[in-house]
Design a protein around this ligand. Structure first.
Ligand code: HEM
Ligand SMILES: Nc1ccc(Cl)cc1-c1cn[nH]n1
Length: 397
């Protein structure tokens, strides 16, 4: 990958697909024989956790060098497998592990550095690289897909990861018009910009419609009580207050945030493209900015190129073309719509199960319980991100 290329003109050089966006196309399902032990253990996680044997099996892994991993797809599959093993090892049961053994920690740390990812499971692992078609000749529909790896909780992780993937795929249809948008602004071509913005708005609405699959495929209690535990990180975490020790890497514990769709490049790409700047007052911008470090480095570079070159908002604001302003506002309204819907989902999948648990236990959940997977105080954060999006609407006069 030539990092000197202009990402906006050659997204394919930044592992961005014109059809699937930031989704890893046709992920590998197996590694070369010497590394297959990682894949095998990660695939057996649900059964071994059920039997209380996962940690013991993980501690038997050989310590392998990452140098024999050939190519980007092998590296992504290896990072995914090691990330699943790490989450299972730390969170297998409520007596959390404070030390990740060196046979996992050393290759995971080294591979993370190579990929520009943190040594923890990220959205790019469990969503963007964690999928296959059952019938390779079939289409990318829920019934023709499966995840490569799962967590305890039955089909909950499959549902959560695959619905997220299909939302990414729906939104990805906007990616192909990004170069046209920058060209249109450069050439001050309002007609072309209007068409491209209308295409972006319809992609976001497609993503909103796909999001509704979550109700069909994710059970709220399994999500809240089981899966959410395994997605949690070790930053601002009361169970691992200093973070996790990566044995063989450092004796000093390291903190990393849990998996979150705040690490979804496509959602941050829409904000960047439209010039929607989240507030710095309450840490929203800082958190979202920090989550860019949890994206594959080529995707982070692409996102930063969009953010630094996007003068779409300035061009539309200064235009007297009302139809152009309407096209821009359609994009913003679509983002507000999906963020409003997302808030309803969060109430159903986190707030309600949390208060149900409180009444059953007769006590208030700890602060962690009402935090998101990314360790944020979720409702304040999500409402604020939605409100900032709404404030980006332009006067249509
Ligand atoms: C059961 C379903 C879901 C729940 C319970 C949920 C919960 C949350 C929570 C608690 C946050 C706060 C930030 C954090 O902790 O990292 C968050 C952020 C976010 N979620 Fe979800 N989420 C769900 C599904 C999805 C899906 C399917 C998507 C899209 C692929 C998504 C996209 C986002 C985005 C982009 C953010 C960052 C804030 C923003 O840009 O609006 N979420 N979600
Ligand atoms: N959709 C997701 C898929 C995977 C992981 Cl690790 C997190 C999320 C998520 C959604 N909203 N916040 N995080």
């Amino acid at each position: 990958m030539a990092l000197l290329e202009n990402p906006l003109e050659h997204p394919e050089k930044f592992h961005i697909s014109k059809d699937l966006g930031f989704i890893l196309e046709d992920p590998l399902e197996e590694l070369p024989d010497r590394y297959q032990v990682w894949v095998k253990l990660a695939k057996n996680l649900p059964t071994l956790v059920e039997e209380g044997q996962f940690r013991e099996e993980a501690e038997q892994l050989p310590e392998l060098s990452i140098d024999e991993l050939q190519g980007y797809k092998e590296q992504r599959l290896a990072h995914l497998a090691l990330s699943v093993i790490t989450m299972g090892y730390v969170w297998q049961d409520r007596n959390v592990k404070e030390v990740l053994p060196r046979n996992i920690a050393v290759p995971f740390w080294n591979l993370s550095e190579k990929l520009g990812l943190p040594p923890i499971m990220v959205y790019a692992d469990c969503v963007l690289a964690n999928w296959k078609k059952k019938d390779p000749l079939g289409s990318m529909t829920y019934d023709n897909m499966d995840t490569l790896f799962a967590f305890p909780g039955g089909d909950c992780s499959k549902g959560f990861f695959l619905v997220s993937l299909l939302v990414e795929k729906a939104a990805a249809s906007a990616m192909k018009v990004i170069p046209d948008i920058f060209e249109a602004v450069k050439k001050k071509n309002s007609e072309s910009l209007k068409e491209s913005l209308q295409s972006v708005a319809s992609s976001v609405y497609e993503a909103y419609k796909t999001f509704q699959l979550v109700h069909e495929h994710v059970n709220p209690n399994d999500f809240f009580n089981i899966l959410r535990v395994y997605l949690a990180g070790w930053k601002n975490c009361s169970l691992l207050p200093k973070g996790l020790i990566y044995e063989g890497v450092s004796e000093i514990p390291k903190e990393f945030a849990g998996g979150s769709a705040a690490q979804s490049s496509i959602m941050q790409c829409f904000d960047a493209l439209l010039g929607i700047q989240h507030t710095t007052e309450n840490g929203n911008a800082k958190y979202l900015e920090e989550m860019r470090n949890y994206m594959p480095s080529p995707h982070k570079i692409f996102l930063e190129a969009v953010a630094s070159h996007s003068s779409v908002r300035d061009f539309v604001s200064s235009s007297d073309d009302i139809q152009l302003k309407k096209a821009y506002n359609e994009c913003v309204k679509a983002l507000v719509h999906i963020r409003n819907y997302h808030l309803q989902v969060v109430n159903k999948y986190i707030i309600s199960p949390s208060s149900k648990q409180d009444s059953e236990k007769g006590q208030k959940s700890s602060d962690d319980e009402v935090k998101g997977t990314g360790g944020t105080n979720l409702l304040i954060f999500l409402r604020s991100v939605r409100d900032t999006t709404k404030r980006a609407l332009l006067e249509e006069s």
